[in-house]
Design a protein around this ligand. Structure first.
Ligand SMILES: [Zn+2]
Length: 193
């Protein structure tokens, strides 16, 4: 099956839209889950995906690898978050992020150290969960996708680096915690005026 997920080269406008909440009576969220499963199994470098990246602009996130000690190719935590809402952001971290939709562009992005998230699971059950450390970074990146924001929009620095070189680069430029307690101020997209 041909990959249909969107890149900035092919379809930046599609990625810029605001994804719609899932209506449990109307939306075919099973198809989105199927697509996300497929892409996350195929691409061993993926940490997570938002549904909009596979061409389905619904508020749904798939977490595959958020544990920095479990980055082996076949590891998949398969956490599906539906209609997620961040209710709290605390602390500050930085990481050189990359994105399946942004070609070779890496960006140094500030993210909260800890976030509190309200969401529903695949069965529609409501949850509140705290994500701390690296998972908070991965999740913040995906949450931005739901609002049409890419990491390159809010990065302090941007680098063009192919996948093969990133592993080595990250050894000297790792995930960094700047504060665990300060109030995090969420950046919004730069106005292009
Ligand atoms: Zn991304």
């Amino acid at each position: 099956m041909e990959k249909q997920y969107k890149t900035i080269l092919k379809d930046e406008a599609f990625l810029r839209q605001i994804s719609k909440p899932i209506d449990w009576n109307k939306n075919d969220y099973h198809e989105a889950i199927k697509q996300l499963d497929m892409f996350c199994q195929e691409d061993e470098n993926l940490l997570a995906l938002a549904a909009v990246q596979v061409g389905i602009p619904l508020r749904m996130i798939y977490l595959k690898k958020t544990d920095l000690t479990r980055l082996e190719d076949d590891y998949n935590e398969r956490t599906i978050l539906i209609n997620p809402v961040i209710t709290k952001r605390v602390g500050k971290t930085t990481y050189w992020e990359s994105c399946a939709s942004c070609l070779d562009y890496m960006g140094l992005v500030e993210r909260p150290y800890k976030i509190e998230l309200a969401y529903q699971d695949e069965k529609g059950q409501a949850h509140t969960q705290t994500f701390e450390g690296f998972p908070a970074t991965v999740l913040s990146h995906e949450m931005d996708h739901l609002d049409g924001i890419l990491h390159i929009d809010i990065a302090k620095e941007i680098l063009n680096m192919p996948q093969e070189e990133r592993k080595e680069f990250r050894k000297t430029h790792p995930y960094e915690i700047l504060s665990k307690t300060e109030q995090f101020v969420q950046k919004t997209k730069k106005k292009s005026s």
